[in-house]
Design a binder for this molecule. Structure first.
Ligand code: GMT
Length: 373
């Protein structure tokens, strides 16, 4: 198949899923054309059957800003014609599904099937906002196939948009060959003391991630267990978190590591992963941690319970239950036998339930089904 792949290329779960999907589809012989404003960061070398088409910014004095949605629509049209695409798969409804809708209208000579994958905040934050409600609904309703990354998101989309159309759940996935525990010699000792446990959080530091709760939980952990907190990623809340760390005198205990191209090395020395989000449609970061044998403590929200099986691979607790999460973390970090068992179960669940080889055919079948309708 010849597939156009539209996504956000920078750091973020939806872009990672789209890029990994494209790379694996290409490996299976499909031709994949990424259409976005810069090369996706995970597309860092040459991959056979993978092409990248850059959507350029248009600056014109009367435009307040560059109309990306329109430029993208134009680019989808030209790539569809040039590469004879069979379909376009857009990740994140806004504005990508609207660009794809416009492209369909412009392509008078042929029908262009559009698959939209909903990733979470495109529905729960952006789509649910009044200003974006109708336009997001248009994007969903005019797509020829819609997938969502968890059953919870599928349900929530139906509730928010009162849509009857079919939405298929296709989970996020990992390549267990890439995501596995391979500790770099000496790294653990360089980042933490011999007696210290390593707690990790990875996100885009947006309010929805409640990074403040991560620091609060960690502060309570420290009362019982010597530990270091590694904060990976960047985003609007970062300076606020730096201030909180300073205020509580935790500068020596909390390391802000910023955006990282690869997190496997850091997950490979971690003892615990924290994800106390307000909303989380799936929690790809938690899955990556699990694949690296890191138990997870997360909010019992959205799609997280479908990934983080409570009491088996870690624990879930109500959003904002900082004390509860800290108590569970202390219990887990103090009990070596329990910790090893959960670490093993985390890896097993990641491999058995979310292996790329199991999820990829679901997308292929979904494409085939969409092309037939
Ligand atoms: O986590 C984010 O805020 C980034 C966002 C994205 O679209 O890049 O992630 C969403 O999509 C991921 C991939 O499908 C999911 O694993 C994340 O759970 C989801 N984030 C939220 O729902 C907050």
């Amino acid at each position: 198949m010849r597939i156009g792949m539209v996504c956000y290329p920078s750091y973020g779960g939806s872009g990672v899923v789209a890029t990994e999907l494209g790379k694996h589809l290409a490996r299976r012989g499909h031709e994949v054309h990424f259409i976005t404003y810069e090369r996706p960061f995970k597309l860092c070398r040459f991959y056979e059957n993978v092409y990248f088409h850059e959507v350029e910014e248009t600056h014109y004095p009367v435009f307040k800003e560059s109309p990306y949605t329109l430029s993208l629509a134009n680019k989808i049209v030209s790539v569809t014609r040039y590469a004879s695409l069979d379909l376009v798969h857009v990740h994140y409804a806004m504005p990508h599904s609207i660009s794809a809708f416009l492209a369909k209208q412009m392509l008078k000579e042929r029908f262009l099937p559009v698959v939209t994958t909903l990733h979470g905040t495109d529905i729960t934050l952006v789509g649910a906002q009044e200003d974006f409600y109708d336009i997001t609904r248009l994007g969903i309703d005019t797509s020829d196939g819609v997938t969502a990354v968890s059953q919870a998101l599928t349900r929530e989309t139906r509730e928010i948009f009162k849509t009857e159309g079919e939405i298929e759940t296709v989970y996020n996935f990992i390549d267990p060959e890439e995501y596995r525990r391979i500790p770099l010699p000496g790294l653990r000792d360089r980042l933490a003391g011999r007696d210290e446990k390593i707690v990790v959080h990875i996100s885009n530091f947006r309010p929805v991630k409640r990074v403040g709760d991560v620091i609060k939980i960690f502060r309570l952990i420290l009362e019982e267990v010597p530990a270091k907190l590694l904060l990976i990623g960047d985003g609007p809340d970062i300076s606020c978190m730096e201030k909180l760390t300073e205020l509580w005198g935790l500068q020596d205990k909390v390391l802000f590591l910023g955006k990282q191209e690869s997190v496997v090395e850091l997950l490979s020395i971690a003892d615990l992963f924290l994800l106390p989000s307000e909303k989380e449609s799936f929690g790809l970061a938690a899955l990556e941690a699990m694949a690296c044998e890191v138990p997870v403590i997360a909010s019992r929200v959205g799609g997280i319970p479908e990934v983080v099986e409570d009491g088996s691979v870690g624990y879930t607790a109500p959003v904002g239950d900082v004390e509860g999460m800290a108590a569970l973390a202390v219990k887990l970090l103090k009990d070596q036998v329990l910790h090893r068992k959960m670490a093993e179960q985390a890896r097993l669940r990641a491999v058995e339930r979310f292996h790329v080889d199991a999820i990829l055919p679901q997308y292929e079948e979904f494409y085939a089904k969409t092309l037939k309708t």
